[in-house]
Design a protein. Sequence first.
Length: 202
Amino acid sequence: MHFELFEELIVVLALAIGLGLALHEARALSNHINGQLVQLLTLYREGEGSLRLSIDDRELFYFVEELRLEPTGSRDGNVHVSYDMNGVDEIGTWAFDAYQIKLVLADALRNAVRHARQEVTFSLRKGTHGGIEFIVCDDGPGYPEHILKNDETIMGVHGSGLGLRFARLVTSRHRTPDGRCGEILIDNSGITGGGRLRLRLP
């Protein structure tokens, strides 16, 4: 059950306590660790064949509002995170597992903030071949070429490496009767050549 990763999380928590983090920093770290424990459990359930998603119609406006409450770890406000709500209002509702997808997007936003210089954007639009697409962009240096070619570590470059495996598992389990499924795509078409992550749901 990825015990090495679990042990790593415990070490990080112990260090944070020892450093005496500020309240907002402690809350952000607590949410991060809780999210990674959920990811571990999800991966374990997938391995056991017992993973079940809770897919239901969700109001996208309220979903994004809940996502905005998730701590992004912005460095003393140096990075501004903006949310484009146009696509949210246009699409209205969509069927997906809101809890799991929120974990994926919150992780993506934290990673974008970590690498951004000043700006991160979040948006939602209709997919070109049906479905919807959540998009997270930053104005950082972009993804290194070796990561774009082998992006298994992209959401874990500075962490445990759980992020992308979890993201791909959760999105790919969103499937339609005609065989379409969710996916994660990354490139350097973000702000001024920064990183861009797209989460597509059918």
